[in-house]
Design a protein around this ligand. Structure first.
Ligand code: NDP
Ligand code: MG
Length: 387
């Protein structure tokens, strides 16, 4: 029985992870963590019997303690609690599925405690890849990608030599606004942006998909995971989300991973790697599939992708600014306080105002995150006054 902790268990990836665990019946859940959704946590406690659960919100933790007084579970809270859940002695693998930079400290703590990591939380690698990758090597743990594109690349690299890789083709669905121009995006609201054509995901990543900032974050994630420079990572739009990414080798051969859009596949692959398990669900039927198409990404309209390449070229703390500015701007967009196009405008302004720091340590990363949040809030206030 593999012993697994799920951080972010109430979210889209967390729930699908538990579904995979439920289907296979041969894993034990040791710890769970979420932000504040105690109703869902209570259900999960009663079904999976974890030893420890973190509710980031202290009040929520108190309430959950009362609700689960009849269960033998320890409820903790805050960042200390999240880290406790990440390092629990019996855990073998930690599924990092919280959303945003909040995942940095627990993921690092889990690696240091010798846990294998199934990583969905891309923001952690984007901002602290230079700390995490050497640590993974030093602590001799496995870091397995959950993001579908990175899982595809990982699968396409199986058994190949790193020096034979010439290029990565990172696929993108193009999101709900594919084919539109900037003019047409001025008035879009959160409810329009939250309608992803192929994937049902958490709110933040769904907005990131609509701006294509998600693809920018994925390019950054891929540079760290596969030790490939951004110049050798080409984003290509694949609207049906069937080809999950491809690897091109020096002889011109291209290996792709295909499948129906179902996150349970990369989640299960990470949980059981290198085994493949039966996964119920629709199969690709090439006789009826019709066409799989490809398009060049429109980096003028979706300038968040161009800004990501710029942030990677600058390096150091710039990806942190890109990511933190996006996290704050997306939250403001979801609150209806800024327009859709303002998200990437604010990212660009934050990047222009930042003096990059080389190899930032964790404290510097978190300070820059805070400063960037403040910068975005200020800019947002200023813009409002100008209106
Ligand atoms: P969701 O918003 O659906 O879930 C986020 C999870 O994080 C929830 O369990 C939430 O708890 C928890 N959380 C939020 N804040 C805190 C906190 N302060 N402390 C502890 N837990 C917290 O996000 P997704 O599942 O969509 O995404 C998770 C990560 O996976 C993201 O980094 C995303 O980019 C990545 N990813 C997601 C994919 C998808 O298909 N959804 C695909 C590829 C990558 P609560 O419910 O209580 O708020
Ligand atoms: Mg993805």
């Amino acid at each position: 029985m593999k012993k697994v902790a799920v951080l972010g268990s109430t979210g889209s990836i967390g729930m699908q992870t538990l579904e995979v665990v439920r289907m296979n019946q041969d894993m034990t859940i040791t710890a769970l963590a979420a932000g504040s959704n105690i109703e869902r946590l209570e259900e999960q406690i009663r079904e999976f019997h974890p030893k420890m659960v973190c509710v980031f919100d202290e009040k929520g933790a108190k309430e959950l303690r009362v609700r689960t007084a009849d269960c033998s579970v320890r409820i903790v809270s805050g960042m200390d609690g999240l880290i406790e859940c990440a390092v629990l002695a019996e855990t073998e693998m930690v599924v990092a599925a919280v959303v945003g930079m909040i995942g940095i400290r627990p993921t690092i703590a889990a690696i240091q405690a010798g846990k294998d990591i199934a990583l969905a939380n891309k923001e952690t690698l984007v901002t602290a890849g230079h700390i995490i990758m050497p640590l993974v090597k030093q602590c001799k743990v496995r870091l397995l990608p959950v993001d579908s594109e990175h899982s595809a690349i990982f699968q396409a690299l199986n058994g190949e030599r790193a020096q034979d890789l010439s290029r990565i083709w990172l696929t993108a669905s193009g999101g709900p606004f594919r084919g539109r121009k900037r003019e047409e995006l001025k008035e879009v609201r959160a409810k329009d942006a939250l309608k992803h054509p192929n994937w049902a995901m958490g709110r933040k990543i769904t907005i990131d998909s609509a701006t294509m900032v998600n693809k920018g974050l994925e390019v950054m994630e891929a540079t760290w995971l596969f030790h490939v420079e951004a110049e050798r990572i080409q984003v290509v739009v694949q609207p049906q989300s069937i080809v999950h990414s491809m690897v091109e080798y020096t002889d011109g051969s291209v290996i792709a991973q295909l499948g129906t859009p179902d996150m349970k596949l990369p989640i299960q692959y990470a949980l059981y790697y290198p085994q493949r398990r039966y996964l119920p669900g629709r199969r690709l039927d090439f006789l009826t599939l019709g066409s799989i198409t490809f398009e060049k990404p429109d980096m003028d309209t979706f300038c968040g992708l161009a800004l990501a390449y710029e942030a990677i070229r600058t390096g150091g703390s710039m990806p942190t600014v890109y990511n933190a500015a996006n996290e704050r701007a997306v939250a403001l967009f979801l609150e209806g306080r800024i327009g859709f196009l303002t998200i990437t405008e604010l990212i660009e302004e934050a990047m222009r105002a930042h003096r990059p720091v080389r190899d930032p340590d964790i404290d510097e990363i978190l300070n820059i995150e805070r400063d960037t949040y403040d910068f975005i809030e200020e800019k947002c206030r200023y813009r409002k006054e100008q209106d």
